[in-house]
Design a protein around this ligand. Structure first.
Ligand SMILES: Nc1ncnc2c1ncn2[C@@H]1O[C@H](COP(=O)(O)OP(=O)(O)O)[C@@H](O)[C@H]1O
Ligand SMILES: [Mg+2]
Length: 152
């Protein structure tokens, strides 16, 4: 499904989604540079209850936050050379901690991901709007509907 959202609608969507996520959820955040992946992550984290300022993890690949309702593992995998390198940063370790994995440039690791995940794609429309698509892979039907409703 594809929707056109204003920036404030996008922020609202991130916040509502933060209320619905459950331990172990994986969200891939895709889209070109400047489409709003990091901004979306900041809103999502804030509404999850993270008290620290969320910064783009571009240079360290991962930032971990434990002050929210659930642990938040915020990745930016743009600099991984091979999708398999993602396993080396310890996929199992993070799952064991039952947090939320929010992965900017998640399309890079998508080929190796066998678990259920949500994909958000942000596309530039104009100065104040973005196209947002949401897809679910191996995801329970009833949660799909609940999460999709967050966009409104
Ligand atoms: N939700 C938003 N509210 C306001 N501005 C936004 C929003 N999303 C993106 N932008 C604008 O786009 C710029 C780039 O966003 P950013 O989140 O850094 O993109 P990405 O992480 O995809 O490269 C921001 O500096 C801001 O000007
Ligand atoms: Mg970014």
């Amino acid at each position: 499904m594809k929707y056109t959202l204003t920036f404030s609608q996008l922020d609202h969507f991130a916040c509502k989604m933060a209320a619905l996520v459950k331990a172990g959820d994986i969200i891939l955040l895709n889209g070109d540079l400047g489409t709003g992946k990091t901004t979306w992550s900041k809103c999502f984290g804030k509404c999850l209850g993270v008290t620290q300022t969320i910064k783009s993890p571009t240079f360290n690949i991962l930032s971990e936050y434990y002050s929210g309702r659930l642990p938040l593992f915020h990745f930016d995998v743009y600099r991984l050379n091979e999708p398999e390198d993602f396993f080396e940063i310890g996929l199992e370790h993070f799952q064991a901690q039952s947090g939320i994995m929010l992965i900017e440039w998640g399309n890079i690791i998508e080929p190796i991901l066998e678990l259920p995940y949500i994909t958000l794609l942000l596309e530039h429309l104009d100065e104040t709007h973005r196209m947002v698509s949401i897809e679910f892979t191996h995801f329970p039907q009833e949660r799909k509907e609940e999460i999709e409703k967050c966009m409104f």
